[in-house]
Design a protein around this ligand. Structure first.
Ligand code: ADP
Ligand code: MG
Ligand code: MG
Length: 887
């Protein structure tokens, strides 16, 4: 039988799968000799059993008994004993931190008798009754599903009767009254008495924590953060220490470095005479951690010492929860802290400079997603014509502009209509998650950098300004007011700057980030400040380590040039279809309507020089680097007028209809397809419309010859789309080779060109060995390959049912976003392997959207592709991930 319970002295930080992050780190701190209140952890495995079977695993109760006995012996107390009770907290803690998503119950073990024992032991009646009412409140909400507002309303009621607005003015008698009222609320709402048996409290709380794994907000959060659905949570039973025992007690949170900027210093919040939940909830106003030095110097010094110990031990920035009970400091939690993208780069390089980590590790500590965030535009530095409303705390960077909304529901509603919204709240709580996801940014009037809004927004990479205390937010009225009597209503546009904390009325223009200006070459690594220097250091190392090159998907000289500045080593996909749009549409129409060879040739002859021009520009921008040009792929009717519109036009005109329109209608009708994605497109077009591919190949060859004659170094790679059988490829390849030879002779310039194919149909992947005989390179078109492997039409299914599939856990993330390793990935592996066998050294790349997706880039590295290709703006991200994959 597996072991389900671990004492804090038995675990360590590497046991996160089993003990969850909180439990593993509590154990680690215990073993480091830091002051952690004793306790034990029930494993996530027990939770998984409970969620699957609805019952606790056999043997768990006995193990818990044994560990509780040991805990009671160590503490010299007994759980809930009337005269001197041991009290515990029952705390959730999964492998990945999910701040505020799951449940915790404090003060377990209190009842009508033990509350007296606690009062006597503490010499403080008020404290004991405050603790007791907190237990009923948390237990009621968490375990018995009672609406939390009912408890809050009761507190407000009692405060009103006492004529105060401050919890601190409430007396022992007030809390006694609240205990009675709370019990009544529980009785009425839950249909049962509040359980007074301490062990029953503990067991019910444990099961409730297990169940909180499947709370709606937890499910939503996991989807956002891509946390697997089946991990379950561990439960930590931790003996209580009290921050609410008077002014020499308190509770706080701290970071070993600034999680927003990465700066070293003292960051955190402290609250005197309070229990843990009060800080994070932003319910009462905290003081900056620095003030603790004045309040309790000894604890402050000890805390700084411990923070240094933890940073050196974890070799990373940590965040910490602590409580001071009558001048004694206790550590209640630590973990490697969440941070902004900028902080991640800075901290990684600082730790490298300090010699705590090597440069490989520094690169491992940052991600492509973080780099992508740093490339977002920011507000222009000179802001004119908009009114600055106030300044809050810069909780999570970025520049967000949108319409003000005050509720999650409204945020979701407007976002669904395509509006940008800013969610404005006094403070957020876990129920606001869906609104935070939907919003461009979050603004709160209360709470510090560790408030719920700040922590969650940072995790999501969402712009957030918190604690803008000058704002008076009235959610019910749908307004907030700012200094100077400005009133802002729902629907008004505001701009919030998560990097500075500034809040503006109106729309502020945005500008490029310094990181982008560095990639553009406008800002040197030396002059760009600490962040740019850090990005530069990591990128240089990633490039040195990467086994794969990064190319770009670009269709014009401008994009190609930018991609090159961003570090692209060529073009992996130049789509030629845009070259058929705009004014040239007319020529395509003529091509399709051609009444025989001559007319067709005339249309092709007119298109060719235009194509040639386009290619010359791209070859010039990518001089000396490979340029993969895909011959026309989409079905031709995409270039013709809409069938319905045209039918109506012809019908309305009756006998007077333009004969050309009639012919066009005939052609559109003829070409109309039920399923264009699987219709006449790609190589099939080349084989059916004589001269079409030939014209494109000639344009490529002549453009290359012209560039070379002008002293350039063009490197064309001609790519045939949608091949399913080697015979298709052979036919087109032979035609292409013929034309390349012709152009060589006619121009007298020899430009070597590769001819290869896309692998984007399962049949192509499965017969890759044959296809490689005729292809000099493969490029995996994983968009189409995903569509055809799953049988999903990307344009139709994503909106229709993907959200349901994600809910059901059929996949954790859309296979169009992150390459499906097991299915599509297997085809890629097969094709790569067989392709290499048939043609050793065959060049392999990928050109689907996946080429810019971090996880997919790692997959491509594992398969040993030569390059990934992605949009120009994603090139730095792919470079970083290609490097990280190789470390
Ligand atoms: P979360 O994961 O939401 O932070 P925690 O389990 O850490 O939940 O607990 C919520 C709050 O209660 C935290 O502030 C924590 O420090 C505090 N807390 C938890 N256990 C204890 C305890 N044994 N004694 C005192 N405070 C505690
Ligand atoms: Mg915590
Ligand atoms: Mg395709």
């Amino acid at each position: 039988m597996p072991k389900f319970v671990y004492d804090f002295t038995e675990g360590n930080k590497d046991l996160k799968d089993l003990l969850g992050g909180k439990g593993a780190n509590l154990a680690e701190m215990t073993n480091l000799g830091l002051p952690v209140p004793p306790g034990f952890t029930i494993t996530a495995e027990a939770c998984r059993h409970y969620l699957e079977h609805g019952t606790l695993p056999d043997g768990l109760a006995e193990e818990v008994n044994a560990h509780l006995d040991a805990l009671e012996k160590a503490m010299g107390k007994k759980l809930g004993r009337p005269d001197d009770p041991l009290l515990v907290s029952v705390r959730s803690g999964a492998k990945f931190s999910m701040p505020g998503m799951m449940e915790t119950v404090l003060n377990v073990g209190l009842n009508d008798e033990s509350v007296h024992g606690l009062a006597a032991q503490a010499g403080d009646e008020r404290f004991a009754w405050d603790s007791y009412r907190r237990l009923i409140q948390m237990f009621g909400k968490t375990v018995l599903d009672v609406d939390g507002d009912l408890f809050e309303d009761a507190i407000e009621d009692v405060k009103r009767a006492r004529g105060t607005e401050d919890d601190a003015d409430l007396t022992a008698d007030d809390f006694k009254e609240l205990v009675e009222r709370f019990k009544t609320i529980v009785r009425e709402q839950a249909g049962r008495e509040f359980p007074t048996d301490p062990r029953e409290q503990m067991d019910l709380a444990t099961e409730a924590v297990f169940e909180s794994w499947n709370a709606d907000r937890a499910i939503l959060y996991r989807r956002q953060e891509r946390i697997p659905v089946d991990l379950g949570t561990a439960v930590n039973i931790c003996s209580m220490v009290f921050g609410n025992m008077g002014m020499d007690s308190g509770t706080g949170v701290a970071f070993t470095r600034d999680p927003a900027s990465g700066q070293q210093g003292i960051y955190g919040d402290y609250l005197q005479n309070a229990q843990g939940e009060d800080v994070v909830a932003g319910i009462r106003n905290t003081v900056p951690l620095k003030d603790l030095e004045r309040i309790d110097k000894a604890s402050y010094d000890r805390l700084l010492e411990i923070m240094e110990t933890l940073e050196n031990h974890y070799r990373d920035m940590c965040d910490i929860e602590f409580t001071i009970e009558r001048g004694k400091l206790w550590m209640l939690q630590t973990r490697v802290g969440k941070r902004t993208a900028a902080a991640a780069f800075r901290i990684a390089c600082q730790l490298h400079d300090q010699g705590l980590i090597d440069v490989d590790e520094a690169a491992r500590r940052v991600t492509g997603d973080q780099l992508a965030q740093l490339m977002f535009p920011r507000f222009a530095s000179k802001v004119e014509g908009v009114r600055k409303l106030t300044k809050g705390m810069n909780a999570s960077p970025g520049a967000a502009v949108g319409k003000v909304v005050f509720t999650s529901e409204r945020a979701v509603e407007l976002a669904d209509q395509g509006e940008d919204v800013i969610l404005v709240r006094r403070e957020t709580n876990p129920d606001d998650l869906s609104g935070m996801v939907a919003a461009k940014g979050v603004l709160t009037s209360r709470g510090g950098k560790t408030s719920h809004a700040a922590v969650v927004a940072r995790g999501m990479g969402k712009t957030c300004v918190c604690g803008a205390e000058e704002l008076d937010v009235d959610v019910k009225a749908g307004t907030f007011t700012a200094p100077g009597g400005v009133t802002v209503n729902e629907g008004d546009v505001i701009s919030i700057d998560g990097s500075s904390g500034d809040v503006y009325l109106g729309e502020v223009p945005v500008e490029d980030s310094p990181v982008v200006r560095y990639f553009e070459g406008e800002l040197s690594a030396e002059d760009g400040g600490e962040l740019v220097a850090a990005v530069n250091r990591v990128m240089e190392h990633a490039d040195a380590r990467a086994a794969m090159a990064v190319r770009a998907n670009a269709d014009n000289a401008g994009d190609a040039a930018r991609a090159r500045r961003f570090g692209a080593k060529g073009i992996g996909l130049c789509r030629t279809e845009h070259m058929f749009l705009g004014d040239r549409r007319q020529l395509v129409e003529e091509l399709i309507l051609a009444d025989g060879g001559e007319e067709r040739q005339a249309a092709l002859d007119a298109l060719e020089p235009l194509q040639k021009q386009d290619f010359e520009g791209i070859f010039e921008a990518m001089d000396g680097l490979p340029v993969t040009i895909r011959l026309i792929d989409p079905p031709l009717h995409e270039f013709l007028p809409d069938l319905t519109e045209l039918s109506v036009r012809v019908a309305l005109a009756g006998d007077g209809a333009d004969p050309k329109d009639r012919r066009l209608l005939e052609a559109v009708t003829r070409l109309h397809e039920q399923n264009p994605m699987l219709g006449l497109r790609g190589v099939r077009l080349g084989l059916v419309i004589p001269g079409l591919f030939g014209m494109q190949v000639r344009a490529i060859a002549e453009a290359a010859a012209a560039r070379k004659a002008a002293g350039g170094d063009p490197r064309p790679e001609i790519m045939i789309p949608l091949v399913g059988a080697v015979q298709e490829l052979e036919a087109v390849r032979d035609e292409a080779r013929g034309i390349l030879d012709e152009v060589r002779e006619s121009t007298g310039v020899d430009v070597p060109a590769l001819v290869g194919t896309m692998i984007e149909l399962p049949r192509a992947a499965l017969t890759a060995g044959q296809i490689a005989e005729a292809a000099e390179f493969f490029s995996f078109g994983t968009n189409d390959l995903t569509q055809t492997t799953w049988g999903f039409s990307r344009d139709d299914v994503e909106a229709a049912f993907f959200s349901r599939y994600l809910e059901l856990g059929i996949f954790g993330v859309s296979p169009f976003e992150t390459l499906d390793r097991e299915g599509v990935g297997r085809l890629v592996r097969i094709a790569a392997e067989e392709g290499r066998k048939a043609r050793p050294g065959i060049k392999l790349g990928i050109c689907g959207e996946h080429g810019g997706d971090p996880d997919s880039v790692h997959f491509c590295h594992e398969v040993g592709l030569d390059y990934v290709s992605c949009s120009p703006f994603r090139v730095p991200v792919a470079r970083l991930e290609a490097g990280r994959a190789a470390i």
